[in-house]
Design a protein around this ligand. Structure first.
Ligand code: CA2
Length: 153
């Protein structure tokens, strides 16, 4: 029997996540973005899925990336960072592209300032993982793989 096509997952890191490890270690830990990306790539390899990883500080660029994702990817893992709480444009782009999406956060956004308690993205995501540091990403990727595997059965 032919081997099934590998799932392709787009990982999007939002604004300022490139600064991880350099400031605010009490909130985000000491992990850096390249370390998170390495872990995601090795988890992807272990589970025989493809990942492409992008980081952008620009809302419009994130909207464009999501808009082009439909034909190439099966799902999106996103940490929208500060845009979580403000971006109707990213929410609309996720809805329009129709791909299943999982939202992740390093910190527990519900244990922080009031303005971080609302996510505009959560209602259009399959689910949200918040508060587990770098593990939030690994858990998010596993959740997506599970979703895609279940949809195939
Ligand atoms: O906890 C998360 O993953 C957040 O998405 C991180 C965002 C924040 O605005 C969200 O409310 C929750 C901030 C990302 C910027 O990260 C920095 C890392 C080091 C130094 C400064 C910012």
């Amino acid at each position: 029997m032919a081997r099934p096509k590998k799932h392709a997952i787009l990982v999007i890191h939002g604004p300022n996540l490139g600064l991880l490890g350099q400031r605010e270690p009490e909130v985000y830990g000491r992990v850096t973005l390249p370390e998170i990306n390495d872990e995601l790539r090795s988890l992807a390899k272990e589970h025989k899925v493809k990942v492409e990883i992008v980081q952008s500080n620009h809302e419009g660029e994130i909207v464009d990336t999501i808009g082009k994702s439909k034909d190439t990817f099966d799902a999106i893992l996103i940490n929208p960072a500060a845009y979580t709480h403000t971006s109707v444009a990213i929410r609309d782009a996720l809805l329009a592209c129709g791909l299943p999406c999982v939202e992740v956060h390093l910190s527990n956004i519900y244990a922080r300032e009031q303005f971080r308690h609302n996510s505009l993205i959560a209602p259009v995501a399959k689910g949200q993982i918040s508060g587990f540091g770098k593990q939030s990403y690994a858990l998010g990727l596993l959740a997506i793989i599970n979703l895609l595997d279940s949809a195939r059965k």
